[in-house]
Write a protein that binds this ligand. Structure first.
Ligand code: HAM
Length: 418
């Protein structure tokens, strides 16, 4: 028996309605906000993520699915979408389009992580990226879009955590202050954080180990080290969010795990869905386009994990509408009836109806059982006598009531079934 790889999932037909609900809601919200959809390759040159996501991140250091192709080139299954979308914008010459350029995507991503509830090795994201808008109103618009998505999905148990991690002007001094602080407490840090101290001290702020968290409580805060421009940007963003009626918590521990972020970072965190509680994360990345060989161009975006959205929806008691049941199941008895059933099925489907019929030659009793299982609203039994008379009984599955129909008058039958 060959099994699926650890950390991947089979999404079975009965689960698909809620996935579609999330995907359709995401696409509707995106188009409301004026975002077009983009699709990029599932794998990219490894260097794209090394440069884009950053060499010191967990994603690049430990989590990438990297392989050599037959010609010895190094490729990586995408661990996220932002670097790919930025590359596609540059490569397709869209940097001179009217700005802002607003793009969204629904993708699968791959990270070699320890699987648990809400964390898998292949996972699915809805993400958005906005290029060419440096103004804090663009940050507010992006946050508002995530907020709208979450509320249109019916998720209630979330809060928005907001922070600014500064820019290349103010971050070096902040990093130095942070390093000095953590160096004083080095003995209390976990092994991973000791290693992070030199490469990426900001990540210690979001370490989940209780010992590190206790030390991080007293650490210098980014917000106290922002340069005047970053401070002004953060304050204006707060003003926009207030004006838009979006509540938030200023949270100095939100630093995000990817290197490209500058200034605004945010996460929507859900209660009651376990340790992997960030349903959506994002922020500004004003240096990414340049890093990837493009022009100096600001950007901001977010991505939400579909499985985590689904967990939060369930926690909020959201019921996704069931897909429409088939209007009709045709139960033919005998070879000639099977041919008539095939013709009727095609004719009714071409009139927009969902119709099913027996394809395995079951007994009438077994057919009725199957029809019931499919949720068909009505059943039409066709045997030799029905073929001869051109009339058959249409049986309602809800109340077993019957009515005679002309099986040669497809339009009338279609009308009756609608
Ligand atoms: P991220 O925080 O790495 O950011 O991922 C975004 C979201 O994807 C997370 O909040 C979570 O819901 C989901 N996610 C991440 N890893 C997993 C996993 N292993 N299993 C299940 N769900 C997961 C990014 O990916 C950035 N590209 C977001 C962004 C877009 N920033 C700016 N633009």
């Amino acid at each position: 028996m060959i099994r699926k790889p650890r950390g991947t999932m089979d999404i079975m037909p009965e689960e698909i309605p809620e996935w579609r609900f999330v995907e359709e809601t995401a696409r509707r919200v995106a188009s409301k906000f004026g975002f077009g959809e983009i699709r990029t390759p599932g794998f990219e040159a490894t260097e794209l993520f090394q440069r884009g996501v950053g060499e010191t991140t967990d994603v690049v250091q430990k989590e990438m699915y990297t392989f050599e192709d037959r010609e010895g080139r190094s490729f990586t299954l995408r661990p996220e979408g932002t670097a790919s979308v930025a590359r596609a914008v540059i490569e397709n010459g869209r940097c001179s389009d009217a700005m802002p350029l607003k793009l969204c995507y629904l993708i699968n991503c791959f990270r070699y992580e320890k699987p648990q509830a809400g964390r898998s090795r292949e996972f699915f994201q809805f993400g958005v990226e906005m290029f060419g808008a440096a103004d804090p109103s663009a940050d507010a618009e992006t946050v508002a879009m995530a907020h709208t998505l979450i509320s249109e999905l019916g998720i209630k148990n979330v809060s928005l955590h907001l922070n600014s991690i500064g820019c290349p002007q103010c971050r070096p001094a902040y990093r130095a202050a942070l390093k000095a602080y953590f160096n004083e407490h080095i003995d209390g840090l976990c092994e991973t954080c000791r290693a992070r101290l030199d490469t990426n001290p900001m990540r210690i702020l979001d370490c989940k180990s209780p010992e590190c968290q206790a030390i991080a409580e007293g650490a210098p805060k980014t917000l106290d080290h922002l340069c005047p421009d970053c401070r002004d940007h953060f304050d204006k963003l707060g003003g926009y969010l207030k004006a838009q009626g979006i509540d938030y918590i200023v949270d100095p521990h939100i630093v995000r795990g990817l290197d490209y972020y500058t200034r605004t970072v945010f996460e929507f965190i859900a209660d009651g869905i376990g340790a992997q509680s960030t349903v959506c994360g994002g922020g500004r990345y004003d240096g990414l386009m340049k890093e990837l060989g493009g022009p100096e161009m600001p950007g901001i975006g977010f991505a939400a994990g579909i499985t985590r959205l689904l967990l939060a929806m369930r926690e909020s008691g959201v019921k996704v509408p069931a897909p429409a049941a088939p209007a009709l199941y045709i139960a033919p008895m005998g070879d000639a009836a099977k041919v008539k059933a095939a013709a009727l099925t095609a004719a009714l489907r071409s009139r927009g109806l969902t119709v099913d019929r027996d394809l395995v030659g079951r007994s009438l009793k077994a057919q009725m059982k199957y029809a019931d299982k499919t949720g068909a609203r009505s059943v039409l039994i066709i045997g030799d006598s029905e073929l001869e008379n051109g009339k058959a009984n249409l049986r309602s599955m809800a109340d077993s009531s019957q009515s005679e129909v002309d099986i040669n008058d497809v339009d009338a039958l279609a009308e009756k079934l609608k």
